[in-house]
Design a protein around this ligand. Structure first.
Ligand code: ACO
Length: 466
């Protein structure tokens, strides 16, 4: 048993060594320093190249194939750490002491008991929703359950002052005239008595982040079970976060190898620079909307096929190819149609994606427990070899994280529809860590659009328009 876990550690450290050797000639990154705002940078479409903020949470170096969380490289974290510890690291900016980690794990476990949210969720037609759709809804239900953020004294307080301005009326059915003035006066007194915090409250933000990290994965697991005609399960205190996730989805106690591989997959997806879902989360948070709404925006952004979801496509391709001999003709056809091979290439990495470098060998290890899936794994290996030898090395197109993550989840017994939700279950740690950091010096995001339309057009009444 112990040797299996040691094998995983060895595979990760070997991957680290290969990565180090292969990219040794790439220059080391410059030592980071605080920026002097405003900055001058070249911006492409989709804000490519724009620097949105400073951060100490994580770093990606595409040329060297580095992924770093809070100064620790991803290989080291995967070899020695756990998702719980990495979440603490991302949120708090430092490694926990033993007692802190123990408390943090207990907190996550307590927050994972979200029966009320699951019951409420079951009142919606979730059998007709995607898991990502249900997750988005679930984040909102968690918001109501825990913080009562819609209650009057928990709202931000832009309307504390007595005002006759129609815009200050929160509801359409309020009384009018002097009664309204009294109502507003009374409600402002009530709010003052409750001393609502203005702006961002970091302590509550940290609690909410733990609640979300614990809850999102439970909702994904529950929805998947409901989709399969099964009842949701309650988390078990004797299992780790990763172990519980497998148990909550499959109902099976995972083997130590499965649990550790899941743990590593969670670590690998926890943060990745200023990607679309992280940015979406931060934009919403920067308006002082609460962190549940912000994470809901992250889930929505991740649900798009240009962001999450490539791993589902990889599995479809591997099944479509079917056998090792068909790999070459399949690629030739794909390239002739000017199509892209899913799971290869990356906007930032022009070296082998470190996450794929770790997940590849781990998929090879899991296959020993599921020999029936060997042919699929063999096709994946052949596909990687063929892509690298035909155009990959030349164009710097390597496998990305999605190439092996779908295989890993499939080997763990998860349905394809869970692949992107697993991404969300882990990335919520990075989303919340970056929101907490940004809120310390919050400035609402407000880029400009370049107006390329016309001026001085005259209004033509409807009946005169041709
Ligand atoms: N298969 C075949 N050729 C590719 C691939 C691929 N997967 N990726 C890039 N190329 C080729 C392009 O055709 C292009 O060739 P050309 O110079 O002859 O025209 C060259 O490599 C550069 O490609 P770009 O599209 O400019 O690369 P970019 O950095 O813009 O795109 C992207 C990155 C979108 C990820 C792309 O590689 C792709 O579509 N990959 C497949 C989908 C996928 O796996 N997405 C998951 C990404 S990881 C993530 O989001 C978590």
């Amino acid at each position: 048993m112990k040797t299996d876990i040691e094998t995983i550690q060895r595979l990760v450290l070997e991957a680290a060594e290969t990565a180090r050797k292969e990219t040794a000639s790439e220059p080391e990154p410059e030592k980071s320093r605080k920026a002097k705002w405003p900055l001058t940078c070249t911006v492409g479409p989709g804000l490519e190249g724009a620097i949105a903020c400073e951060s100490k949470v994580g770093y990606v170096n595409g040329a060297k194939g580095w992924l770093v969380y809070r100064g620790y490289n991803i290989f080291e974290l995967c070899a020695y750490s756990s998702f719980e510890e990495v979440s603490f690291l991302l949120l708090h900016g430092k490694m926990p002491k033993a007692v802190e980690l123990d408390l943090f794990k207990r907190k996550l476990f307590n927050y994972a008991r979200i029966n009320k949210v699951i019951m409420q969720l079951m009142g919606f037609p979730i059998d007709q929703m995607s898991v990502m759709g249900a997750l988005r809804l679930g984040a909102n239900l968690m918001r109501s359950q825990y913080r009562n953020l819609d209650k009057a004294n928990a709202r931000p307080a832009p309307f504390d002052a007595i005002s006759a301005d129609e815009d200050s009326i929160a509801m359409e059915t309020l009384p009018s005239g002097s009664e309204r003035a009294t109502f507003e006066f009374r409600s402002s007194v009530r709010r003052a008595a409750a001393k609502p915090k203005r702006g961002f409250d970091k302590a509550s933000g940290l609690e909410d982040s733990c609640h979300l990290i614990a809850g999102i994965s439970c909702i994904a697991a529950a929805v998947s079970r409901i989709h399969n005609g099964l009842l949701p399960l309650e988390p078990r205190p004797d299992l780790s976060f990763a172990g519980n996730l497998i148990y909550l989805i499959t109902g099976r106690q995972p083997t130590p190898v499965q649990e550790r591989v899941m743990d590593i997959a969670l670590i690998l997806h926890a943060d990745h620079g200023m990607n679309a879902s992280t940015f979406a989360t931060m934009v919403v948070a920067s308006t002082l909307a609460d962190i549940y709404f912000s994470v809901g925006a992250g889930i929505a952004a991740l649900s798009g096929p240009l962001h999450g979801g490539a791993n589902e496509e990889v599995l479809r391709s591997l099944r479509e190819i079917g056998s090792v001999e068909k790999v070459k003709p399949w690629i030739e056809r794909k390239l002739a149609e000017k199509g892209k091979v899913s799971g290869f290439g990356h906007r930032v990495y022009k070296a082998y994606d470190p996450r794929a470098r770790i997940l590849g060998p781990l998929a090879g290890l899991l296959i020993k427990e599921k020999p029936e899936l060997k042919p699929l794994y063999a096709v994946a290996q052949k596909l990687e070899e063929t892509v690298l030898n035909t155009f990959g090395k030349e164009k710097k197109i390597f496998p990305n994280v999605d190439f092996y993550s779908g295989l890993i989840y499939s080997f763990l017994g998860f349905d394809d529809e869970l692949f992107t939700p697993m991404f969300a279950a882990s990335r919520v740690a990075g989303w919340t860590a970056r929101v907490l950091e940004y809120m310390e010096n919050n400035r609402i995001f407000r880029p400009r659009g370049l107006y390329i339309g016309e001026f001085n057009k005259r209004y033509v009444p409807l009946k005169l328009r041709a």
